[in-house]
Ligand binder design. Structure first.
Ligand code: MF3
Ligand code: CO
Length: 273
């Protein structure tokens, strides 16, 4: 993924601006996405927010990726291409969104479970989403409390082992550094590895993005060249945040509160740039 780029405070502020535009996309989607809508219509909503914000999609054209965002439904783990797929009652849908403005990148993902449908299925999907999201926060807390990049995946792995050992961590897709490019070093695995990785240092901006599945994490990429699905057809979920490391602590750039509310239980108080 290339070298680690250590950002100045000013550069981190630019990344924050893009990250908050991505948060605006998330909010627009949370408000407007409904059962019966196609995933292409969700892409249109994202495009409109990007245009109003004076930003561009960093996904569109990335290795010829054809849309502004990725929308991954049910058995789709990541990189679902928006199209004619209709969002149904009870679907679990991950919206991975990005923005670039002034040359600095934002990238984050949230998941929602659509209302209605079979109650037991909806409940298990909501739990999958909640566990994936909380594993992400455990990983983010490890940036504040840890010393090495490997501590992040260690914390995600421990969280899943302790709280939802029936869920599987996807091994083939990992988090990354971000800044003047969407993908930079360091690699940020979502699982414990033998290597502890680079030291966590001021100036890093890290995307923490666990993907969990309700069955096996074994996966395959569809003929469209992008959409990654579970081999067993069971559900998958993806969450992602973009976290800055600065001289005094951490700040989750895509959250207006820097992640304060969700990090409190880990004893972490994020500090603004
Ligand atoms: N947002 C993805 C990530 O989290 C990258 C999307 S790749 C694209 O790293 F081609 F779809 F843009
Ligand atoms: Co990412």
């Amino acid at each position: 993924m290339g070298d680690i780029e250590y950002k100045t405070r000013e550069q981190m502020l630019y990344c924050q601006e893009s990250a908050l535009i991505v948060n605006e996309i998330h909010n627009a989607l949370r408000e407007s996405v409904h059962v019966g809508m196609t995933t292409a219509e969700a892409d249109d909503i994202a495009r409109d927010v990007l245009v109003s914000a004076g930003a561009r999609s960093n996904f569109l054209g990335y290795y010829e990726y054809p849309a502004h965002i990725c929308v991954s439904v049910n058995e789709e783990i990541v990189h679902g291409i928006p199209g004619e797929r209709v969002i149904q009652s009870g679907d679990i849908v991950s919206f991975d969104c990005g923005a670039v403005k002034n040359g600095w990148h934002g990238d984050s993902c949230f998941t929602m479970v659509m209302p209605g449908g079979d109650e037991a299925i909806a409940k298990s999907r909501q739990r999958l989403s909640d566990m994936t999201e909380e594993s992400m926060w455990a990983g983010i807390a490890a940036i504040a409390n840890g010393a090495y990049i490997g501590d992040i995946g260690g914390a995600i792995d421990d969280f899943v082992t302790e709280n939802s050992p029936d869920l599987d961590i996807v091994l083939d897709y990992i988090g990354h550094g971000i800044g003047s490019q969407m993908h930079q070093g360091p690699d940020v695995p979502n699982y414990r590895t033998r290597a502890r990785g680079p030291k966590i240092r001021s100036g890093m901006i890290l995307c923490v993005e666990p993907m969990l599945t309700s069955g096996s994490q074994d996966n395959v990429t569809l003929d469209d060249g992008w959409t990654v699905v579970t081999l067993d057809g069971k559900d998958a979920c993806h969450w992602e945040c973009q976290v800055a490391v600065h001289d005094r602590g951490i700040w989750v750039l895509n959250k207006p509160d820097g992640g304060a509310q969700r990090l409190e239980k880990y004893g972490v108080t994020p500090l603004p740039l």
